[in-house]
Design a protein around this ligand. Structure first.
Ligand code: PLP
Length: 400
């Protein structure tokens, strides 16, 4: 008889967005004419940049010609041209990351979960609460002990290390999903110092780095001195360049990142990650990697930032409506998310139902991201201007 991974029974019953989808389905079945405005799931809506499309078209044509056709990529780590481009991008904001420290992936979600393969059983994993659900779920599936650092109103939703708490792995995400908060360089330095003094490893999710507008907010943990000795960074083109349906990301495991095995030998984590990926991952398609390369060209940066600026305008609209209604919120400045406090002491699922039923606006209940999300609610800026403006008008009419 096949033995099952019974850790699955320790997971929350349903993935957050499945619960939301069910509620929407029930509502639309009962109200088929309702004009729903979806500000829940963090998916983008702007199309790919023209330079990206052109690069992918050209690459597809190369694949149809004997002389330029490509099969498996030799290294599996991603084509040199893309790893060079990502390395240059890192350098542009002050992080020294070399191409051989980068592996190209099919996105950040899979790597956030897969990276656990290189760590042994029994680690204590610290996750800030609230958090993107993948960190907790994938560690529970692996049987790890998950502990939490509170991100709440008091600390501006930026949990800081507690020296009396010992963790082996630490997940950080800045700009944060769901709260939109960011870590300053001084705060990240505190985390790096904590990790170095505890021989812990930080898994840093920078999927929203392209949304950072404030000059002194680090775009990468590798902008912080010492981070290359204690951190892995996972990033994605999903939100940077609208690749949610195209799929491409990258993970940086620095050459300096070394931990001891149980026999006291130094082990380079990059060697383990390369070994893991070599066995279980066959790389990202050539056309997608060419499209990704185009993102990092000057024209690609200009075009992708036009989409980010578009979303930023939506974030301003949401923030302005909250200001007008006297609703507290974080985010929106360096992030496509507005994290707002549910008015009148409502719980976050109660507020979800209230908005769905009264004004047909769909957001994401904060409680789905952890206990500190209770009473909070996430709205995303990924819609169109028209839908965002309409949703904010409905909200203002409802709550004024
Ligand atoms: N990390 C965070 C914090 C996210 O919010 C998301 C997606 O919403 C991801 C990673 C996953 O991105 P990808 O589409 O690259 O898998």
């Amino acid at each position: 008889m096949a033995k099952l991974n019974e850790n699955f029974s320790r997971l929350e019953k349903n993935y957050l967005f499945i619960d939301i989808a069910k509620k929407i389905k029930a509502y639309t079945a009962a109200h088929p004419d309702a004009k729903l405005i979806r500000m829940g799931i963090g998916d983008v809506t702007r199309p790919l940049a023209p330079v990206v499309v052109e690069a992918m078209e050209k690459a597809c044509r190369e694949m149809g010609v004997m002389e330029t056709f490509r099969g498996y990529e030799d290294s599996g780590a991603g084509y040199e041209f893309l790893r060079e481009a990502v390395s240059g991008y890192y350098k542009s904001f002050g992080a020294d990351v070399s191409p051989d420290e980068i592996r190209i992936s099919d996105g950040a979600k899979s790597d956030c979960g897969n990276i656990i393969d290189i760590f042994g059983a029994g680690n204590t994993v610290l996750v800030t609460d609230p958090a993107y659900p993948v960190y907790v779920d994938s560690n529970i599936m692996s049987g790890n002990t998950v502990i939490y650092a509170d991100s709440n109103e008091e600390n501006g939703f930026a949990a800081m290390p507690n020296p009396s708490v010992k963790a082996d792995l630490i997940y950080l995400c800045s700009p944060n999903n769901p709260t939109g908060s960011v870590y300053t360089a001084a705060q990240l330095k505190e985390w790096v110092d904590y990790a170095l003094s505890n021989n812990a490893v930080i898994i840093y999710d920078s999927a929203y780095e392209a949304f950072i507008t404030e000059k002194d907010i680090p775009r990468s943990i590798f902008c912080i001195e010492g981070a290359k000795r204690c951190a892995i960074e996972i990033c994605s083109l999903s939100k940077t360049a609208g690749f949610t349906g195209t799929r491409c990301g990258y993970t940086v495991v620095p050459n300096e990142l070394v931990q001891k095995d149980s026999a006291g030998n130094d082990v380079k984590l990059a060697d383990l990650w390369n070994r893991r990926e070599g066995s279980k991952f066959n790389g990202v398609s050539y056309p997608v990697q060419r499209g990704a390369e185009a993102v990092f060209t000057p024209e690609g940066q200009k075009q992708t930032h036009e989409a980010i600026d578009y979303y930023r305008e939506n974030a301003h609209m949401i923030a302005a409506a909250c200001d007008e209604l006297g609703i507290k919120y974080t985010g929106g400045v360096n992030s496509p998310y507005i994290w707002l406090k549910c008015p009148n002491g409502m719980g976050s699922w109660g507020f979800f139902d209230y908005l769905l039923n009264e004004i047909q606006v769909v957001g994401t209940p904060g409680a789905g991201f952890g206990k500190n999300g209770n009473g909070w609610f996430r709205l995303t800026a990924f819609g169109t201007h028209e839908a965002t403006a309409e949703a904010m008008e409905r909200l203002k009419k409802l709550l004024k």
